[in-house]
Design a protein. Structure first.
Length: 130
């Protein structure tokens, strides 16, 4: 690709200046190389710019399914949800860190020990020292 014209059309090098729709070009690139995540992201962004929210959402879902750890799919999904104004569905609970898990385990054992001690004190008051 040589340049971008108006964000929707791209000039393909060596084609004599003929304009090609960005979505058509990116569909061809992703068809030729299905593992090229950046091209898939750009295809989704082009669909989003054209107002095709369903197509952009589908592209984002495919990106996330292809590589859940890759940032491209999550970024595109965030843009689609923002454009739809569906902000609540974009929120997720944060993953607990190891420190949070350690504190929860400590809290459980501290509560168990405390309740056991209270039970023993009540038992000794009721049945002890006669």
């Amino acid at each position: 690709m040589v340049g971008v014209d108006s964000g929707y059309e791209r000039h393909v090098g060596g084609n004599g200046g003929v304009k090609v729709r960005a979505t058509d070009l990116l569909k061809e690139v992703t068809r030729m190389n299905p593992t090229f995540l950046a091209a898939k992201e750009q295809l989704g962004l082009a669909m989003l710019r054209r107002g095709d929210l369903a197509g952009a959402s589908e592209a984002a879902d495919k990106l996330v399914a292809a590589d859940p750890q890759a940032v491209e799919g999550h970024r595109l999904m965030a843009l689609v949800l923002w454009r739809k104004r569906d902000l609540e569905s974009s929120l997720v609970k944060p993953y607990p860190t190891k420190l949070d898990q350690a504190f929860k385990i400590f809290e459980f054992f501290a509560l168990a020990v405390g309740l056991t001690l209270i039970g023993l004190i009540v038992y000794s008051m009721l049945f002890g020292y006669r």
